[in-house]
Design a protein around this ligand. Structure first.
Ligand code: URQ
Ligand code: ZN
Ligand code: ZN
Length: 479
């Protein structure tokens, strides 16, 4: 099947130009002005629109078993909703229980993702340590295309990785050419503060941010970064929500340390006033970790994104419907943590980023697609518009407006944290590997059409580079 996307402005992370894009099957075969439509080709008129690489959301949790329930969004509905918003690939997480085989957990998540409508990949979490974990990490890297391992520094007595686990896993991942990612909150402090807040008589959602102040995130981000520095391995900090974590990232990056950092669309535009909502359900729907912060943190996150200190945007899409959130009706510690956003990420970033002069269209492409592809080593298969790349494309209408609402969104959750926001900039047509999955406001996704995307390990030069950096940092090598 041939598709010619005609008359648009092609925007990549590097530049923008008027060009047509010809797709044959699941690949882009040509990009250029005045391309001829092969006989029988479907022609999509992109006049007045941009043509962008399909969005990549590097942080989602479809149908995650968590805090005694299971996230309401599954891999089919979640990747369909993603397509409606211009995102054509997610990187989700296989999270073993402590003592559970990594490969067993990975296989479980692979089975769940068989229903996906668009492409997907998996970070694998390290929630415990022994020699078998080390061996299974190698199998996952060498045989299954896993090149990133996640570490939760929060969630004590559940999936929290302590410093010994971090150190063992970071070193092993470095040997294997894999990237370590972390959820940076000091889980011991959170546990203690939760107990003190609750025992002080605060049981509602307003207790959630009180138990996880920015300092708790800043300490853990700095600790993860320092451990990575000493071990000479790169590190990726997920969902930076505050100045405290951002400062740790900026300091390290200015020192030349290889630190990557992600920000959620939600944390860029929502502040902590949501926890003072008198409606319990609405406040509880904003319980996620790290929590929403006071408005000066949003300003800092936007500056970090504009300055290139934050490289990727994500959603941490982890949906719980109202009855599920109500598990914490009498104790905020029991409210399942998570919010949705996989459908809205790109419109929100375009409206508040490009629309408000913070990002250029190319920078928008970088932070919604290309940087994630480069960091997780799948560029230019993904995150690019060039011959040979997967035909994951979005015809982006910069003038289209819509009002975000749970009443109209395609995500499987009865709440939307962006409810009521009128955003300018929308996906008009989305292609997933050369198939139209979204057009004319209609989803055309097919269950199981998505493919697992293996991600190769990084070349050994990276390891050598880190060793050199570390040696220099320690002054053992002439500068
Ligand atoms: O911590 C995460 O990233 C998962 C468990 C989603 N929940 C959340 O509150 N961020
Ligand atoms: Zn997290
Ligand atoms: Zn997460």
């Amino acid at each position: 099947m041939s598709i010619l996307i005609r008359g648009g402005e092609v925007v990549t992370a590097d530049d923008g130009k008027r060009a047509d894009v010809l797709c044959e099957g699941d690949k882009i075969v040509a990009v250029g002005e005045g391309l001829e439509a092969p006989a029988g080709a479907q022609v999509i008129d992109a006049g007045g629109c941009y043509v962008l690489p399909g969005g990549i959301d590097p942080h989602t949790h479809m149908e995650l078993p968590f805090m005694g329930t299971v996230a309401s969004e599954d891999f089919f509905s979640g990747t369909s909703a993603a397509a409606a918003g211009g995102t054509t690939m997610i990187i989700d997480f296989a999270i073993p229980d402590p003592q559970e085989s990594l490969i067993a957990a990975y296989s479980k998540w692979r089975a769940w993702a068989e229903k996906a409508a668009c492409d997907y990949s998996f970070h694998v979490a390290i929630t415990w340590w022994d020699d078998s974990v080390s061996r299974e990490m190698e199998v996952l890297v060498r045989e299954h295309g896993v090149n990133s391992f996640k570490h939760f520094m929060a969630y004590k007595n559940a999936i929290m990785a302590d410093d010994e686990t971090l150190m063992n896993s970071f070193r092993r991942a470095g040997e294997l050419g894999a990237l370590c990612t972390v959820h940076a909150e000091n889980g011991e402090l959170v546990y203690q503060l939760q107990r003190e807040v609750f025992e002080s008589g605060i049981t509602g959602p307003e207790g959630h941010p009180l138990s996880r102040p920015p300092e708790v995130e800043g300490e853990a981000a700095n600790r993860a970064i320092r451990i990575a520095e000493v071990l000479g391995v790169p590190v990726y900090i997920v969902h930076n929500s505050c100045v405290d974590a951002l400062d740790a990232v900026v300091r390290a990056r200015l020192e030349g340390q290889r630190v990557f950092a992600e920000v959620l669309a939600q944390h860029l535009v929502i502040d902590d006033s949501v926890y003072r909502d008198r409606d319990w359900d609405r406040a509880a729907h904003h319980v996620m970790s790290p929590p929403f912060r006071s408005s000066e943190h949003q300003d800092a996150l936007w500056r970090g994104l504009q300055a290139g200190m934050l490289q990727t945007t994500a959603t941490d899409h982890c949906c719980f419907c109202t009855p599920q959130k109500q598990a914490g009706k009498d104790d905020f510690r029991l409210i399942p943590n998570g919010t949705g956003g996989v459908e809205d990420r790109m419109s929100v970033l375009w409206h508040y980023g490009v629309g408000m002069g913070r990002l250029t269209p190319s920078e928008f492409v970088a932070v919604t697609s290309t940087n994630a592809a480069r960091i997780f080593n799948i560029y230019p298969q993904k995150g690019a518009i060039c011959a040979g790349a997967d035909a994951d494309l979005v015809v982006w209408d910069p003038e289209a407006t819509h009002t975000i609402s749970a009443r109209t969104h395609h995500m499987n959750i009865d709440f939307n944290v962006f409810e009521g926001r009128k955003v300018v900039g929308n996906a008009a047509v989305t292609l997933s590997r050369g198939e139209v999955v979204w057009q004319g406001g209609e989803l055309r996704t097919k269950k199981g059409a998505g493919r697992y995307v293996p991600r190769p390990p990084f070349a050994d030069y990276w390891r050598a580079q880190e060793l050199r950096n570390t040696a220099q940092v320690r002054g053992k090598v002439d500068r």
